[in-house]
Structure formats: C-alpha cells, structure tokens
Write a protein that binds this ligand. Structure first.
Ligand code: CA2
Length: 148
C-alpha cells in the first residue's frame, strides 16, 4: 500500500493569502503546500500537492491517483457545490477522501451549504483557515492507519 497522499486544490485557491484575508487568511498556497508536506514527513507519509482552476483537470488527477496514492485531500473550491463530475470521479477510484475548506461553508451563503464532495468523503474539515489542511493530513493519516 502506497504511503503517499494527494492534496488537490480547485479554482481560485491559487489566490490564497493574496486577497480576502478576512475570509481565507494570509497564508499563501505555496506555504500551505509546504506545511502539508512537512506534516506528512512528521507522520511518515509523502504528500504531493496540485492546484487547477479546471474541473476536467481535477477529474483527470483523481483518476490518476488510483494505484499511486493511498488517499486524497481536496479543497474543490466552488466546484464543491456544483460538480457531480468530481463526485463521480471519487466514486470511481474508491480512494478515501478528506474534504477541506478554509471557511465554514455551513455558516456562509445558502448556496455553499450543499457539498457534493461531502457525499463521498470520509469526513470534512472546515472553518479553521489554512490550518484546516494540516488537520486534514492528520485525519487522513489516522484513517489510513485504520484508527477511528
Ligand atoms: O472556504 C473554502 O476553502 C472554499 O472552498 C473556498 C472557495 C469557495 O467557493 C468555497 O465555497 C469555500 C473559494 C476559493 C476562492 O479562493 C480565494 C482565495 C483568496 C482570495 C480570493 C479567492
């Protein structure tokens, strides 16, 4: 079994730390990725990080993760609330998925309350700013180790 996980970020998350700091914090995406890799090292897990603004690219990367990674962490950005394609891709690869959001999507606009990713995820970490990603790496590592 592979000891690596894939951290995927969807549309506009390349802007993290550069705009709307009151909502998303001041940490940039390269810093988030560096911190996820460091947390993975601490836990003995290799972490690969990718970001795309394109739905089909995210679907392709989910497919490619099969046989390569043990699980996936995703902040699908706004596709969280719209993308049946991403949900179907997760169902097709049958890898454990942890959903991440910087903001608490349940406290925000009604249209952010529905998450298609939640429907296929082991669990979700929301509302802790960019620290949500670090919690998600721990949560997925714990899940992969078979702990409850
Ligand atoms: O809270 C999250 O992490 C979100 O996934 C962020 C998405 C939003 O559509 C989801 O409902 C919740 C938006 C990402 C936009 O990212 C930006 C980051 C910095 C500045 C501007 C946009």
């Amino acid at each position: 079994m592979s000891r690596s996980i894939l951290v995927l970020n969807g549309p506009n998350l390349n802007l993290l730390g550069t705009r709307q700091p009151e909502v998303y914090g001041r940490t940039t995406l390269p810093e988030v990725e560096r911190d996820c890799i460091a947390k993975g090292k601490e836990l003995g897990i290799e972490v690969e990080c990718r970001q795309s603004n394109h739905e089909g690219t995210l679907v392709d990367w989910i497919h490619e993760a099969k046989g390569k990674h043990a699980g996936i962490i995703i902040n699908a950005g706004a596709y969280t609330h719209t993308s049946i394609a991403i949900m179907d891709a997760f169902n097709s690869v049958e890898l454990p998925v942890v959903e991440v959001h910087c903001s608490n999507i349940h406290k925000r606009e009604e249209y952010r309350h529905l998450s298609y990713v939640s429907k296929v995820a082991v669990g979700s970490v929301v509302g802790f700013g960019t620290f949500s990603y670090i919690l998600a790496v721990e949560a997925l590592a714990n899940h992969l180790a078979g702990r409850k």
